[in-house]
Design a protein around this ligand. Structure first.
Ligand code: GDP
Ligand code: IMO
Ligand code: MG
Length: 435
């Protein structure tokens, strides 16, 4: 498989701090795709889709599941909380969305256990003012156990004998931690074992050699989407550490998380909002001052309330300096620019083009906290854009804003989103170019 000529995979990745609108883009592209795979993260993610007037929120299930012709995969690099996953399936069943024989779970994915959630919450409490602001879903502790080689995987869970010995060993370690560090009473083996053996039975029909399936899809040149979770600045290595999640959220993570080679990715689409948001703690150079925030639609109207935790997202101006950096980390070749409509009512819109005396994006969170953004001011278009479907019909000031973003980020925009619904989309590039 040579890269650009034959590969039929598109990676869709968040360019900011998550919640850019990846779910909407995956749903749109799924209409023309056969396979959709999630490589990393867990139920810390929340991807919202509005399809035919109905709202869906996905945490672990790939956002392509709404189209019955697709096959969806959760890869070995993801972490799976079985109760959350099964709850999600229950929701799909209620909405009459089929998933039997078209949703597959890698044997290599690690399992979130009750002590992961407890430890996540205890660690956050202990950090006090320095808390990361995690989703409390046990994601960090689960990934930590994976690296410490004391994790439990789907492959273990579906084999009760193997699960038993692994859980016995790890629970000893975890109970010491819970008791000695956090003064928590030890967790009993039997209830956890029983609960998770039952989960194992329910997960068994989904467990599959996802890596091989994706390889075969690539060989047959079937269109595949790789759905990112979180965003580039939440990446465990290159994000705003330590205020990050615990997985690789970049295009590199797609490969390592699914067990595929780079030749399976044809294009990398970076999803970014026409402004910025962040949920949780950590530096945010272009964060709005309260008087600026007051000029934006409120959090409910702008849909800036976290899908997973219900927290209000912090909001900021578009940061082109940051975006250029995250696009380079991912090898992005097209942008999906989301939520343009949220800026419709503003008199003035700012773009950050750099930070004073800062030639490259700072690695240190202390440094990033202190940077002084350089802003350019753009006049607002003061017109609704939600009804517009063709680029030429956009107000000229909106077009100038978009052109400036493309120029400052040095990446063409392929999709402009002007509302949460499927149809509220302006296509400049169909993205799938294989046939
Ligand atoms: P994800 O995690 O990247 O999939 O993004 P989320 O779903 O967590 O957050 C994006 C929110 O914005 C959701 O509520 C979407 O329904 C909504 N949304 C997506 N695109 C647009 C858009 O163009 N305009 C508006 N107003 N809302 C959008
Ligand atoms: P999607 O896929 C936005 C943030 C949390 C916190 C940090 C670490 O919907 O874009 P964790 O629970 O992962 O250990 O929390 O990462 N975070 C997200 N923020 N969108 C997400 O996912 C996120 N997943 C984690 O708020 O700051
Ligand atoms: Mg989200």
């Amino acid at each position: 498989m040579s890269k650009s000529s034959e590969a039929t995979g598109i990676a869709v990745l968040g360019m900011q701090w998550g919640d850019e609108g990846k779910g909407k883009i995956i749903d749109l592209l799924s209409k023309e795709a056969r396979h959709i795979a999630r490589a990393q993260g867990g139920n810390n993610a929340g991807h919202t889709i509005i399809a035919e007037g109905k709202e869906f929120k996905f945490h672990l299930v790939p956002s392509g599941i709404l189209y019955p012709h697709t096959k969806c995969y959760i890869g070995g690099g993801a972490v799976l909380d079985p109760s959350s996953f099964l709850e999600e399936l229950g929701g799909l069943k209620k909405s009459a969305v089929s998933f039997e024989k078209r949703l597959f779970l890698s044997h290599y994915a690690h399992v979130v256990l009750p002590y992961h959630r407890l430890i996540d919450q205890f660690m956050e409490k202990e950090r006090g003012a320095g808390a990361v602001g995690t989703t409390g879903r046990g994601i960090g502790p689960c990934y930590a156990d994976k690296v410490a080689r004391i994790g439990v995987r789907v492959a273990d869970l579906i084999h009760p004998e193997s699960f038993k010995s692994k859980l016995e060993a790890v629970l000893k370690i975890k109970n010491q931690q819970l008791q000695k560090l956090y003064g928590h009473s030890p967790l009993e083996f039997s209830p956890i074992y029983r609960e998770y053996v039952e989960y194992g039975e329910r997960l068994k029909p989904f467990a599959a050699p996802v890596e091989e399936f994706l390889y075969q899809a690539g060989r047959k040149r079937e269109r595949t989407l790789f759905e990112g979770a979180q965003g580039a600045l939440l990446d465990i290595t290159f994000g705003t550490y330590p205020f990050v999640t615990s997985s690789c959220t970049l295009s590199g993570g797609v490969l390592s998380g699914l067990g595929i080679g780079p030749s399976q990715i044809q294009r990398v689409v970076g999803v970014a909002k026409a402004y910025s948001t962040r949920v949780g703690n950590g530096p945010f150079p272009t964060e709005l001052k309260s008087e600026e925030l007051a000029l934006f639609p409120d959090h409910t109207a702008s849909r800036e309330i976290g899908t997973t935790t219900g927290r209000k997202r912090r909001m900021g101006w578009f940061d082109a300096f940051l975006l250029r950096h995250t696009a380079h980390l991912n090898g992005v070749d097209a942008l999906a620019l989301m939520k343009l409509d949220i800026l419709d009512g503003l008199d003035e819109i700012k773009i950050c083009t750099g930070y004073k005396r800062t030639p490259t994006f700072p690695a240190s969170d202390e440094e990033l906290k202190k940077v002084e953004p350089i802003y350019e001011s753009h006049p607002g278009w003061k017109e609704a854009t939600g009804h517009i479907r063709v680029y030429d019909d956009l107000p000229s000031k909106a077009k100038a804003y978009l052109r400036r973003i493309e120029e400052a980020c040095e990446i063409p925009i392929a999709i402009i989103s002007v509302g949460p619904e499927r149809e509220k989309t302006i296509w400049l590039d169909p993205l799938f170019t294989d046939y």
